[in-house]
Design a protein around this ligand. Structure first.
Ligand SMILES: *Cc1c(COP(=O)(O)O)cnc(C)c1O
Length: 460
C-alpha cells in the first residue's frame, strides 16, 4: 500500500515534522522571512489543476520553513506560549486521522470517553469541585466566553429573569474586574453582551483592590459577575481570592477566574499560597496549550454548577442525539462541531502523571526565579515585578535602551522575549512556559541578556 495517497502524504508530513523538531532547540528562534517574504514564495493565483497530495506537503513545508518561528524552542519566552509534549503532539495527529466530531458523545464514544476521563483528572489535579462542568474550548478566550455566558444566564435567572428573552428583557448585568484585567476577559465580556468591565483598582503587581471591589459592588445593584485573575501577564501575580470571593459572594455576584496560565499553580503544593480560596469561585478558565504544553488549540472552561453551563450552552434539536440526562461535550463550549481536542490532554496527563505535572509547573516557576536572579546581577538591569510564578519583567533606567535590548535579543536569535510597557516603563517580558526549558537554557538566556546589555552599552 506504499502508493496509498494517505500513507504518502502522512509519511511526507512525518519527515518534515521530524526535521523541524530536530532543529528546534538550536535553530535561531526568529523566522528568516516576514509575511511578505513567504507570500513571495507562494503562487498568488489559484492553480487551475491539482497536484499529488504528497507533493503538496513537500511544497508546503519547503515554502513555509524560512517563515517559521521556533515557538517550541526551550528559549522562547514571548507572550505566554507552551511547547508540546511528545504524547500530546502524537495524540493530536491521531485526532486528525480519526476525525471524530466530538460535539455529541453518542456517535463518538471513544473520544468522548477520553475527554471525560481527562476532565475528571484535571479537576482532581487542580483541586476544583469534582462535579463541575468542564468543556474543551479552543483557548482561554473562548473558555472565558463560555464561562461568562453561563454566569450571565445564571445571574439573570437568579434575579427572576429569563435569559432566553435577551439582555434587554432583564435588569442590566454588572460586570466588574480589577484594573489589570487581561484583554481576553474584556473581549469575552463584550462578546457575552456584558460590555467591557467596570474596573476597580489594582495594586502595583496587578492584584485586584478588594476594598475597591466592595465599594463598587455596594454602589450599584442588580445581577453581577466579577472576573478575577490567576496570573497577571506582566507580574504573574494572583488576586487575593479568599478576600475577593468573600466580598463578591456577600454581594450575590458570580465569581469567574481567568487563570489562563496561573490556574496550574493549583496543582503544586509549594504554590498553594498563591491560589488559596480559588476553589470557592463559580467558574474558571484556563489554557492547556500554555502551561500544560499540548499543541494548539486547547483551553478549558470549568463551571461549578454544571447544570447552569448546560442550560446556557447546550443545543437541542430533533436531529441531534440526546445523551439522556448526561452532558454532551457541546453543552460546555461555544462550538457545536469540533475536534476531539481533549484527547491530547488525556495523553499528556498519562505521560506525566500527577507528579509529572506538579514537577512541570514547579520547574517553570523555579526557572523564572533563576532568570530573575541572573538578570538582576547584570549591571544596569533591574527586575520590576515580584517573581511569584512564571513571569519576569526586566527593565533598564532608559526606556529606549530597554526597547533596544528586546530587539537585540530577538534579532540575535538565542532567545525570544516580548517587549511591552508596564508600570509606565518599557520592559522585556520573559514568560517561562515551555516544558523543555532546562537549567542550561536558563544559563544561556542570562548569558544572552548579558551580551545584549554589553552590546547596547547598558550600565547603571
Ligand atoms: C493567554 C491569556 C489569555 C487568552 O488565552 P488564549 O488561549 O490566547 O485565548 C487570557 N488571559 C490570560 C491571563 C492569558 O495569559
Amino acid at each position: 500500500m506504499t502508493d496509498d495517497p494517505y500513507r504518502r502524504a502522512l509519511d511526507a508530513a512525518h519527515g518534515h515534522a521530524m526535521r523541524w523538531l530536530e532543529t528546534l532547540p538550536e535553530r535561531p528562534i526568529r523566522p528568516a522571512l516576514d509575511v511578505d517574504g513567504v507570500l513571495a514564495r507562494l503562487d498568488p493565483d489559484l492553480p487551475e489543476s491539482g497536484r499529488d497530495p504528497a507533493d503538496v506537503i513537500d511544497e508546503l513545508a519547503d515554502a513555509a520553513e524560512p517563515g517559521l518561528i521556533a515557538m517550541g524552542s526551550p528559549r522562547f519566552y514571548g507572550f505566554v506560549i507552551g511547547g508540546a509534549y511528545p504524547s500530546a503532539m502524537a495524540a493530536d495527529w491521531l485526532v486528525s486521522a480519526w476525525d471524530q466530531n466530538t460535539g455529541s458523545r453518542q456517535p463518538t464514544p471513544a473520544t468522548a470517553a477520553f475527554e471525560e476521563t481527562a476532565g475528571r483528572w484535571l479537576l482532581d489535579l487542580l483541586h476544583l469541585p469534582a462535579d463541575s462542568g468542564l468543556g474543551f474550548a479552543t483557548g482561554a478566550t473562548s473558555a472565558n466566553l463560555a464561562c461568562l455566558v453561563a454566569a450571565r444566564d445564571a445571574v439573570i435567572r437568579r434575579d427572576g429573569g429569563d435569559p432566553a428573552s435577551g439582555l434587554s428583557a432583564s435588569r442590566p448585568v454588572r460586570f466588574l474586574a480589577g484594573g489589570a484585567v487581561h484583554i481576553s476577559a474584556v473581549l469575552a465580556g463584550r462578546m457575552a453582551g456584558l460590555g467591557a468591565p467596570e474596573t476597580v483598582g489594582s495594586d502595583d503587581q496587578g492584584r485586584i483592590d478588594v476594598a475597591g471591589l466592595r465599594c463598587a459592588l455596594a454602589a450599584g445593584e442588580g445581577p453581577a459577575v466579577v472576573s478575577l485573575q490567576a496570573g497577571d501577564v506582566h507580574s504573574g501575580a494572583f488576586d487575593d481570592f479568599t478576600a475577593a470571593i468573600d466580598v463578591a459572594h456577600e454581594a450575590g455576584a458570580w465569581v469567574h477566574v481567568d487563570g489562563a496560565f496561573g490556574l496550574w499553580a493549583c496543582a503544586v503544593p509549594r504554590l498553594q499560597g498563591l491560589v488559596a480560596g480559588i476553589e470557592r469561585a463559580d467558574s474558571w478558565a484556563t489554557d492547556a496549550h500554555k502551561t500544560l504544553n499540548v499543541p494548539y488549540d486547547c483551553g478549558l472552561a470549568i463551571v461549578r454548577d454544571a447544570a447552569a453551563m448546560t442550560a446556557a450552552l447546550g443545543p437541542q434539536a430533533a436531529y441531534l442525539p440526546d445523551a439522556g440526562g448526561v452532558a454532551d461535550p457541546w453543552d460546555r463550549v461555544v462550538e457545536m462541531s469540533r475536534r476531539g481536542r481533549g484527547v491530547p490532554v488525556w495523553a499528556v496527563l498519562r505521560e506525566l502523571g500527577r507528579s509529572g505535572v506538579v514537577d512541570l509547573v514547579d520547574r517553570l516557576a523555579r526557572s523564572a526565579a533563576e532568570l530573575a536572579e541572573g538578570f538582576a546581577a547584570i549591571d544596569g538591569v533591574e527586575i520590576l515585578n515580584d517573581v511569584v510564578f512564571t513571569q519576569v519583567c526586566l527593565a533598564t533606567a532608559d526606556d529606549a535602551a530597554t526597547e533596544a535590548l528586546g530587539e537585540w535579543l530577538r534579532d540575535e536569535g538565542t532567545v525570544w522575549a516580548s517587549s511591552s510597557r508596564w508600570q509606565g516603563r518599557a520592559v522585556v517580558r520573559f514568560s517561562v512556559s515551555n516544558h523543555a526549558t532546562s537549567a542550561n537554557d536558563v544559563e544561556r538566556t542570562i548569558d544572552a541578556v548579558h551580551r545584549g546589555a554589553a552590546a547596547i552599552g547598558i550600565r547603571s
